[in-house]
Write a protein that binds this ligand. Sequence first.
Ligand SMILES: Cc1cc2nc3c(=O)[nH]c(=O)nc-3n(C[C@H](O)[C@H](O)[C@H](O)COP(=O)(O)OP(=O)(O)OC[C@H]3O[C@@H](n4cnc5c(N)ncnc54)[C@H](O)[C@@H]3O)c2cc1C
Length: 326
Amino acid sequence: MGYRFDAVVVGAGIIGLTTALRLQQAGARVAVVTAEPSAETTSSVAAAVWYPTHTRFEAHVLNWASHTYDEFARQAANGVPGVVMRPTRMLLRSEAHDVPWWASALPDLRTVAKDEVRAPFTTGWEFTAPSVEMSRYLPWLQDRLSAAGGTLIRRRIDALEQAGVWAPAVVNASGLGARALCGDTEVRPVRGQLVLVANPGLHTSVRDADNADGYTYVHPRSTDIVLGGTFESGEWDTTPSPATAAAILRRCTELLPELAGAPVVGHQVGLRPHRNGGVRLESDPRPAGRVQQLVHNYGHGGAGVTLAWGCADAATALVAGAVRPG
Ligand SMILES: Cc1cc2nc3c(=O)[nH]c(=O)nc-3n(C[C@H](O)[C@H](O)[C@H](O)COP(=O)(O)OP(=O)(O)OC[C@H]3O[C@@H](n4cnc5c(N)ncnc54)[C@H](O)[C@@H]3O)c2cc1C
């Protein structure tokens, strides 16, 4: 029996959709299989600013981050919905800080002088970073998939070999779902809670990663501001905690007093698909059943948006041998 598609991507979050688009651009007939609509994925909750959160230097990670930065910069210049280049300020509390390993991905990182910050901060970095509103961007990605003939299938699969009914090549972009689908116990949730407030007119993204009370960030969007955050390892509960929300509001208002009194417009929780050992992006030597080629692309933790397009290119290169020009 023949296949209806050349490649099937499991997952309709940012990793699955970007990979599916790149596969289409390589000439493949593509389907995306997903248990949840994109609007209910972790990706839809992401603050979605470019920043390699909780990743460490590895040449390939820098390469993915760099490619993704450039792609978002192009998309922002072309007016893609939800993508803008935003001034960003990373405030630091200790004196000695090397230039970050990811600085070479940016065109404009500069160190902030001591007299430009107030206590408890001692210095900082300023740079321009892509900022993405996922409620606008994920639908745009899906529209592009459909416009190029792609198909979205709503189905939860229990094993990756089940995807072999649709295509000989399978990309596993199932995020946290990979824990069950691959039996990968290195994958676990890192819970993140956010508070959304109306935007009183802020434009710059501000981050205080060294705050002893919790990593603190303020990311303005077109109409609201994302306030964060938490990194709760191994925690699966997606119900917003009122006490955590109050703590986030307090830390963010201490960071930027102009936030005081901003009306709260929402609470969100997402589970970052963390993987001990980092992202798994590789061909699987043992595809099962009718799957002839299996490529994994999961485990992006708190940096899936930051790495998405670079990883999509790399995953597509791995699949390319199995893709027939359309
Ligand atoms: C609060 C918070 C803030 C964040 N902020 C940022 C940020 O500023 N910048 C950044 O780069 N990243 C950020 N992230 C991280 C980012 O959201 C993730 O890295 C990214 O969304 C992971 O994308 P994904 O496509 O791998 O996973 P997901 O979005 O979780 O998508 C997984 C997909 O796989 C499907 N799936 C799973 N199992 C199955 C199955 N058995 N059968 C069929 N389908 C299945 C799901 O239905 C879904 O479609 C943040 C995350 C959180 C929670």
